[in-house]
Design a protein around this ligand. Structure first.
Ligand code: ZN
Ligand code: ZN
Length: 258
């Protein structure tokens, strides 16, 4: 393939990758992947993401506080996060957002942390990696308050009209391996413009067919790209060119020639 693929969301800072990332990165490289973005979910995992980016040319980091971890945030968490963005390869604020599916923290607490980090992203002109589970209205109301829409709706599991609203505001959408086994998600993908999509694994979660139930890994992002190619009736090369182009535009600190 001429155009490389980018796994825009893989938790290589989690087990089992963090203990021994090399074989996973090697397999990803051998499958045409030239960049992997590793998002943080709290201060410690953001630090691990940045350290991985230091060690491996194809790894890029993001730093942020996931809604799950917001109740345990230190008072000076914004200051601690800000230090990470000084790094050349820390390309985004994320993952941040709101999750009403798992009820991690009261809505006002989750929304406050999302708001503060979206403000930070805006002030630093960095893209956001947005986590949203059953919180469409909360996500949009925070972004509207901040007036900033440079970001990725990661692991999108909502409905097509909401995705289109996000796209109209300037956000990009990415899907995981769920698209390989959920007809509902595949239908959502088909209803959207490929020009607004990216690909991700969300490793180690959500392994695509034929590896469902196994540990997901960045090399499997090829399956997401192949499914897009089928759904849009284009070549894998087209998907690589468009989705990688989108990722390079959005994550402007990222380079695939490193
Ligand atoms: Zn997420
Ligand atoms: Zn994630």
């Amino acid at each position: 393939m001429q155009n490389p693929l980018i796994d825009t969301h893989a938790h290589l800072n989690f087990s089992p990758f963090i203990e021994n990332p090399e074989p996973y990165l090697e397999r990803a490289y051998n499958n045409g992947i030239r960049a992997v973005i590793v998002p943080g979910v709290d201060i410690a995992s953001s630090e691990k993401a940045v350290r991985l980016a230091d060690r491996f040319p194809m790894v890029y980091a993001a730093a942020g506080l996931h809604p799950e971890d917001s109740p345990r945030a230190p008072d000076d968490y914004l200051k601690q996060l800000e230090a990470f963005y000084q790094h050349d390869k820390c390309v985004a604020v994320g993952e941040i957002g709101v999750d009403f599916y798992r009820d991690y923290a009261p809505p006002d607490v989750q929304e406050r942390f999302f708001y503060e980090q979206a403000e930070l992203a805006k002030s630093l002109e960095l893209p956001m990696i947005i986590h949203n589970r059953q919180a469409d209205n909360a996500i949009l109301s925070v972004l509207d308050r901040v007036g900033y829409y440079t970001g990725q709706c990661h692991c999108f599991t909502g409905k097509a009209p909401f995705a289109q609203t996000c796209i109209d505001k300037g956000l990009l959408i990415s899907f995981t391996g769920i698209v390989t086994f959920s007809n509902e998600i595949a239908a959502t993908v088909s209803a959207l413009p490929l020009q607004s999509l990216m690909i991700e694994t969300d490793s180690p979660f959500m392994a695509p067919v034929p590896w469902r139930g196994k540990t997901n890994e960045p090399s499997f992002v090829v399956k997401v790209a192949e499914t897009y190619a089928q759904l849009f009736n284009v070549t894998l090369e087209d998907v690589a060119r468009i989705s990688t182009g989108n990722a390079l535009n959005l994550f402007h600190k990222l380079k695939t020639d490193g």
